[in-house]
Design a binder for this molecule. Structure first.
Ligand SMILES: CC(C)(COP(=O)(O)OP(=O)(O)OC[C@H]1O[C@@H](n2cnc3c(N)ncnc32)[C@H](O)[C@@H]1OP(=O)(O)O)[C@@H](O)C(=O)NCCC(=O)NCCS
Length: 175
């Protein structure tokens, strides 16, 4: 029996945080940095347990995205991964459904940077691929970034998918 739980970082507890980080390190095959982990903290986590084994993790954290002269409150999805031997069982979809409810209820829009592999997964859930230029608000001003895999989700705002989207600053990968 699997169980999906939704909790804030503050409520997860050390053991679960450790298990989630270990899971993501395996899922991303060593290409998961300290910054990547830090980016996934400070918001709501959807985790899937099978007994005492953690088999899925995804989280949503708040970021500011500049678009059309506005600073939008974005629910930014991070650290999405399902253990390799438990994929295509619906766990990724269940975690995203939980986080999308958070996005709808708390943010102007959802956003995320996808891996190539996961693009059909997000597109199939109604996330829209950003078509315009992306940039970051760096300590040296707005700097163009080379992203072509940014997805956005359900906004009541009139987003121009071909316009510019600028993310706030952080260490590690800015998107
Ligand atoms: C992306 C990922 C989280 C999906 O998790 P999952 O539990 O396998 O996803 P689900 O079983 O809920 O899939 C739901 C639907 O998404 C689509 N989908 C999922 N993975 C897909 C893939 N690799 N290719 C194409 N479509 C995919 C399918 O339509 C699937 O429905 P179906 O199985 O009935 O055809 C998982 O493949 C993963 O951990 N990948 C490696 C890490 C990664 O790339 N994470 C994304 C970071 S942005």
């Amino acid at each position: 029996m699997t169980e999906l739980r939704l909790s804030h970082t503050a409520e997860l507890g050390r053991a679960t945080l450790k298990a989630a980080r270990a899971l993501l390190a395996k899922v991303f095959e060593g290409d998961f940095t300290d910054h990547d982990w830090e980016h996934a903290l400070g918001g709501m986590h959807a985790v899937v347990w099978d007994g005492d084994e953690l088999i899925g993790h995804a989280s949503v954290v708040q970021r500011r995205l500049l678009h059309g002269a506005r600073a939008l409150r974005a629910g930014y999805v991070e650290g999405v991964g399902v253990r390799a031997d438990r994929r295509r069982e619906g766990h990724g979809a269940a975690m995203m459904a939980a986080l999308e409810r958070v996005v709808r209820g708390a943010y102007d829009l959802g956003a995320l940077g996808s891996t190539d592999e996961a693009m059909p997964f997000y597109a199939g859930r109604g996330w829209k691929l950003w078509q315009g230029p992306c940039s970051a608000l760096t300590p040296n001003g707005i700097t163009r970034t080379a992203e072509d895999c940014i997805y956005v989700f359900e906004s009541e705002l009139a987003l121009d998918l071909y316009g510019e989207l600028t993310c706030d600053w952080r260490d590690g990968d800015v998107w």
